[in-house]
Design a protein around this ligand. Structure first.
Ligand code: UP5
Ligand code: MG
Length: 190
């Protein structure tokens, strides 16, 4: 792209597909700044902000927080950072999210990673995680999967048509999966 603005990589995949795990390894190896939309929202809940209750109820239902809220959290992080390369994890989750980011930020991702994982594997990983997340129970996981298929797959397909999508087979060990991710970043010469 024309030399303006930071490098942006969106990291997508269903619940428990391994986005956060692989982002940590990308940070370590390639120095990108990791912004997890879900973590930013959970931080808002914990800080008792004005949107906290709405965010908590939305996450418990596996639904999508209004775009303006999420984009403004991402925007604050990006604008207060000196980094020139960002991993935006778990966002955009809908076409509406995507349009809001483009409109508010005036930017598009350079690339999009998609961690492609079978549903039953995702369910098993989430239910075994045990970090006390309010959405890691079987009922909410089922809802998160439905929302993923209905609203996030169209975004993934959109980026495939735009030639920006890199699909990673998210089954295997963390290191095996990272070898596929490494191939993508090594070719970018970041
Ligand atoms: N694990 C990881 N890799 C493994 C491997 N290769 N083999 C075996 N186990 C593996 O991994 C999940 C678990 O699996 C961990 O225990 C890990 O050790 C293990 P993780 O890396 O955490 O997967 P990740 O894809 O990050 O899963 P996460 O549950 O975070 O994904 P979600 O997309 O569901 O959650 P997120 O935090 O992004 O969003 C939560 C909610 O916030 C959403 O449901 C939504 O309600 C809301 N939200 C919005 O409304 N808008 C947004 O923009 C973002 C979120
Ligand atoms: Mg995550």
């Amino acid at each position: 792209k024309g030399g303006k603005g930071p490098f942006i990589c969106f990291v997508l995949g269903g619940p428990g597909s391994g986005k956060g795990t692989q982002c940590a390894k990308i940070v370590k190896n390639y120095g990108l700044t990791h912004l997890s939309a879900g973590e930013l929202l959970r931080r808002e809940i914990a800080s008792n902000s004005e949107y906290g209750t709405t965010i908590l109820n939305t996450i418990k239902e596996g639904k999508i927080v209004p775009s303006e809220v999420t984009v403004s959290l991402i925007q604050k992080e990006m604008e207060s950072s000196d980094s020139k390369k960002f991993l935006i994890d778990g966002f955009p989750r809908s076409e509406e999210n995507r349009a809001a980011f483009e409109r508010i930020m005036g930017a598009e991702p350079d690339i999009v990673l998609f961690f492609d994982c079978p549903e039953e594997e995702m369910v098993n990983r989430v239910l075994n995680r045990n970090e006390g997340r309010v959405d890691d129970n079987i009922d909410t996981v089922r809802k998160r999967l439905q929302v993923f298929k209905a609203l996030n797959l169209p975004v993934i397909n959109y980026y495939a048509r735009r030639g920006k999508l890199y699909t990673i087979n998210a089954v295997g060990t963390v290191d095996e999966i990272f070898e596929q991710v490494r191939a993508v970043f090594a070719a970018l010469k970041l």
